[in-house]
Structure formats: structure tokens, C-alpha cells
Design a binder for this molecule. Structure first.
Ligand SMILES: NC(=O)c1ccc[n+]([C@@H]2O[C@H](COP(=O)([O-])OP(=O)(O)OC[C@H]3O[C@@H](n4cnc5c(N)ncnc54)[C@H](O)[C@@H]3O)[C@@H](O)[C@H]2O)c1
Length: 330
């Protein structure tokens, strides 16, 4: 039986990954410090004999025996990662060093959840993996962007220097059930606003485009990447290349929720990219992978989740929603 460590396993992506690994019969050790994730995301797995949950902060070393490591621990939304930026960089950098050290000792294969943010504010559209990015090293987002870039560096240095079997996935915007209702991302924002018949905030004309990957597709990509041959190290872009305008997203959410919400336009922030889209040619070729879930289908499943959350917890579910949350947040 394969013993798999998932760091950040009680988070949005991590909990879906744990589901997938348990379903195929792996033994899963889920490690999380519950900074943004929570036990509720994995409670349904608690009784499973192949699942174990451990509270641990990856900025400290971990001594366990495993064959595979998915390193997902890191707050992912700007609201969360900017809350304690020093801890964010520590999580990416010290976390990577600790997990790579563990992989070196146990000879485990290790996968890093990197991000499209390593491209920064790109001059190249869509982004290909050989584009090196344009990242501000001293801005508010740098703790996340530069932390993830440094983690990538560490992965490839451990690969070259110590022969570690590494995999680096650059994840683009992903959405689905178990997203945080209050993390300022556009999909959850729109859905939560629509379910409460509040105005949906669209910046500018709403003609700027984004691409959104449904969580099941993304998890499928991560699992395939981990299973790929040792020559497939990445970095590989994983995301959905289908583009949608913000206005299209807002009207689709209103339509699917049957909401009475209006659309409220606000001035476009100066740093708002007009387009963000992955080039997934490499992932398609190397993994035989591509996203399958369409936007309407994925949104319907996500809306059902948030309906349940609001029914169970009412407005408390979004009580901490940030007023600064914007349609431009990623
Ligand atoms: N969701 C996306 O669209 C997206 C896009 C790009 C990259 N990613 C990456 O994927 C990973 C998972 O993202 P997510 O969307 O599930 O976010 P999330 O915030 O839901 O999950 C992150 C998990 O890591 C845990 N964590 C944070 N710091 C930790 C620490 N020091 N020690 C142990 N656990 C810690 C959190 O408690 C949480 O459970 C992150 O590394 C993120 O950077 C996600």
C-alpha cells in the first residue's frame, strides 16, 4: 500500500486530493496547522482506517515514513497570505526545505503545489512554462509569489544536487466546494453575494477575462503528475485554458442561483490584468490530461455547496467576509 503525505490536506485542494487518494486505496497522512483549512473539510474521512490527520506546521521538521509527498501547505488567497506575510514566506521556503529533507531521507517522490503567481504580472499571454515571469520582489504579494518561486528553486536544486524525484505543478485559478466563503476570490464572492441577493461587484466593464479550473480536474492533474515517470519534473501548468469575462461569470452565477442580485460596476483598479490564461500544451502532452468540467457544471456544484453552508451557518458563514474582496482577486 502506498503511504502518501498531503501537507495542507485540510484545505480546499488538499481535502479533495485526500478524498481521491483514499478512494483509490492509498494510506493518507494529512498534515495541517489549520491556518486556513479545517477539520470540517476532512471530517468525513476520519473514520477511515487508511486516513490519519496530524496537526503540524510544516515550518518545523517532520519525521514520518512515506512514499509520496504532496506539498500543498500554504495559504492561497491574497486575503489570507497577506494577513501574516512573514509566516507565508516561511511556510513556502522552510516548508519546502523540511518536506524536501523528508523526501531525501525516505526516498519519497515529492510534488510541489506551485502557482501561476510565479509569472507575476506577465508580459506573455498565455503563460508558457519557459516564461520566467515579472515579479515585484518587495510588494504586498511578494511573500506569496517569491516564496513559491524560492520553493521551486529548492525543488530543482534538490533534484540536481541530491537526485530527488521532484514534480512541480503551477496551478492556475481553481474553484469548487470547500473554497473559503470569505477569501476574496471572485467565484466564491459572486456565489455568496448572489445567494444573499446582494449586488455582484464587477470592476470596469467586466470585459477582462479569467480562466477557472474545477477542483476535480485539478486534482486529476496532480495525481497524474505524481504518477508520471521520473523524467517528468515540470514545472507544468495545470489549469483550464477556457476564458470567460467577469461579466459572463457574474451573469452565469445570477442565472444558476436564480438570484435577484444586480451587477454593480466599480472603477477598474490599475493593476488589474486584462487576461490570465494557462498554456497547458506541456501537461496535455506529458500527462494526457486536460480539464473536462465546463464552467456551468462546475459552478452548479459549487453553488450547491455554498447553499448548504449558508443554510447551516447563515450569514455567520461569511461573517468575516472582507469588504476589500474584489472581483480581481485570484
Ligand atoms: N486554489 C487555487 O486556485 C490555487 C492556485 C494556485 C496555487 N494553489 C496552491 O495550492 C495549495 C493549496 O491551496 P488551497 O486553495 O487549497 O488553499 P487553502 O488555504 O484552502 O489550503 C492550504 C492549507 O495549508 C494549510 N497550511 C497553511 N500554512 C501551513 C503550515 N505552515 N503548516 C501546515 N499547514 C499549513 C492551511 O491550514 C490549509 O489547510 C497552496 O499551496 C496554494 O498556493 C492554489
Amino acid at each position: 500500500m502506498t503511504q502518501v503525505l498531503v501537507t495542507g490536506g485540510a484545505g480546499f485542494l488538499g481535502s479533495h486530493l485526500c478524498d481521491r487518494l483514499i478512494a483509490r486505496g492509498d494510506e493518507v497522512l494529512c498534515v495541517d496547522n489549520f491556518y486556513t483549512g479545517g477539520k470540517a473539510n476532512v471530517r468525513h474521512l476520519m473514520g477511515n482506517k487508511n486516513f490519519e490527520l496530524m496537526r503540524h506546521d510544516v515550518t518545523f521538521p517532520l519525521y514520518v515514513e512515506v512514499d509520496r509527498i504532496f506539498n500543498l501547505a500554504c495559504p492561497a488567497s491574497p486575503v489570507h497570505y497577506q494577513h501574516d506575510p512573514v509566516q507565508t514566506t516561511k511556510t513556502s521556503v522552510h516548508g519546502a526545505i523540511n518536506m524536501l529533507g523528508l523526501a531525501k531521507r525516505t526516498k519519497a517522490r515529492i510534488l510541489q503545489a506551485s502557482t501561476s503567481e510565479v509569472y507575476g504580472d506577465p508580459e506573455v499571454h498565455p503563460q508558457t512554462e519557459d516564461y520566467w515571469g515579472r515579479v515585484n520582489p518587495v510588494g504586498l504579494r511578494s511573500c506569496y509569489d517569491e516564496g513559491k518561486r524560492c520553493a521551486e528553486t529548492l525543488f530543482f536544486d534538490y533534484h540536481r544536487q541530491h537526485g530527488l524525484r521532484v514534480k512541480v505543478a503551477r496551478i492556475f485559478n481553481t474553484y469548487g466546494p470547500r473554497m473559503h466563503p470569505n477569501d476574496g476570490r471572485v467565484v466564491s464572492n459572486f456565489i455568496v453575494q448572489a445567494l444573499q441577493n446582494l449586488p455582484l461587484t464587477v470592476y470596469g466593464e467586466g470585459t477582462q477575462t479569467r480562466s477557472f479550473c474545477y477542483v476535480d480536474d485539478l486534482v486529476d492533474g496532480l495525481v497524474r503528475l505524481m504518477a508520471s515517470g521520473d523524467d517528468v519534473t515540470g514545472p507544468l501548468n495545470l489549469g483550464n485554458p477556457e476564458e470567460h469575462t467577469m461579466l459572463e461569470l457574474a451573469t452565469t452565477v445570477i442565472d444558476l442561483t436564480g438570484s435577484r442580485s444586480s451587477i454593480e460596476h466599480k472603477p477598474l483598479p490599475s493593476d488589474d490584468p486584462l487576461q490570465r490564461r494557462p498554456d497547458i500544451t506541456r501537461a496535455v502532452a506529458a500527462l494526457g490530461w486536460q480539464p473536462r468540467v465546463g464552467l456551468r457544471d462546475g459552478l452548479a456544484r459549487t453553488i450547491a455547496y455554498f447553499e448548504g453552508l449558508l443554510a447551516a451557518h447563515g450569514r455567520h458563514a461569511v461573517a468575516r467576509a472582507s469588504p476589500a474582496a474584489s472581483a480581481t482577486a485570484t
